[in-house]
Write a protein that binds this ligand. Structure first.
Ligand SMILES: [Zn+2]
Length: 96
């Protein structure tokens, strides 16, 4: 089962996956980066996903002020400065 999916919007390919900390999907651009966007590199795998560098999202939902994570081999590795319940934890990404 895939833990992430690819879609294209406005000529930009994006990776989407479910964040269990925020309980929403996060979407990362993979090409045609706009000014100020992080230039992510993805390993091409939708199950054992690895993306570099890490991501910091401010105010992803009304309940969460900060979500900061790495995507490593299909896991989401939450950094200690997240303000949701998974701060500092490593979780396998749920299947889409
Ligand atoms: Zn999140």
């Amino acid at each position: 089962m895939a833990r992430a999916a690819i879609y294209t919007l406005d000529n930009q390919t994006r990776l989407r996956f479910l964040c269990v900390g925020c309980e929403i999907e996060h979407h990362l651009p993979l090409n045609n980066f706009l000014p100020g966007q992080t230039m992510y590199e993805w390993n091409g795998d939708t199950t054992n996903i690895t993306v570099t560098p890490g991501t910091l999202i401010e105010n992803p939902t009304p309940e969460v002020n900060r979500c900061h994570f790495l995507l490593e081999n299909g896991d989401i590795v939450y950094q200690p400065d997240c303000d949701h319940q998974f701060a500092g934890q490593r979780q396998t990404l749920p299947n889409l």
